[in-house]
Design a protein around this ligand. Structure first.
Ligand code: FES
Ligand code: FES
Length: 177
């Protein structure tokens, strides 16, 4: 990374959800603010602002990262994905988004973008996860609404669907556990 000067603005160019973007950023500008305020990617939520809640999780080069602990200048040259980039088309949900919907795995939705981003990255490298592994993934995210049971069921269902197996019929009731 080039030497940065406090107060100066630096051109930062990277890929956001498959499209090249750039912005001018002071060295202290957080990735959350750059994404939300300069690039309009408001699906990345801001909760605790110190790495604890997981609401701001994005993917950087395919790995989950806390955007509130990332400087915008650190995105230079990287491949960034936010929740806006999960669906294959504007009128289609990703497999994981569809199972979240089917299992009623969200309520207020504040945590959901971060959880989807983490699970999406995990399922790409772990196509056959067990419940405990998925609980560890979502354990990095605070959800005050759901109790996590439906989230884990949705993730198990998504994994099965991505493996080409029939969708689970469990936990489809519209009431959270
Ligand atoms: S806002 Fe980044 S972890 Fe909570
Ligand atoms: S659905 Fe409300 S915080 Fe998770």
């Amino acid at each position: 990374m080039p030497r940065l000067t406090a107060g100066a603005r630096h051109r930062v160019a990277f890929t956001l959800n498959g499209k090249p973007v750039s912005l001018d950023a002071e060295p202290r500008l957080l990735a959350t603010d750059a994404l939300r305020q300069q690039l309009g990617a408001t699906g990345t939520h801001v909760g605790c602002e110190h790495g604890a809640c997981g609401a701001c999780t994005i993917q950087i080069d395919g790995e989950p990262a806390r955007a509130c602990l990332t400087l915008a200048v650190q995105l230079e040259g990287r491949d960034v994905r936010t929740v806006e980039g999960l669906a294959p088309a504007a009128d289609r949900l990703s497999v994981l988004q569809a199972t979240f919907r089917r299992h009623h795995a969200l309520q207020c939705g504040f945590c959901t973008a971060g959880i989807l981003i983490s699970l999406d990255a995990f399922l790409r490298t772990s196509p056959n996860p067990d419940e405990q592994e998925l609980r560890e993934v979502v354990g990095g995210h605070l959800c005050r609404c759901t109790g996590y049971t439906a989230i884990v069921a949705a993730a198990l269902d998504a994994a099965a669907t991505l493996r080409g197996e029939p969708a689970s019929s469990v936990n489809r009731d519209p009431v959270h556990v």
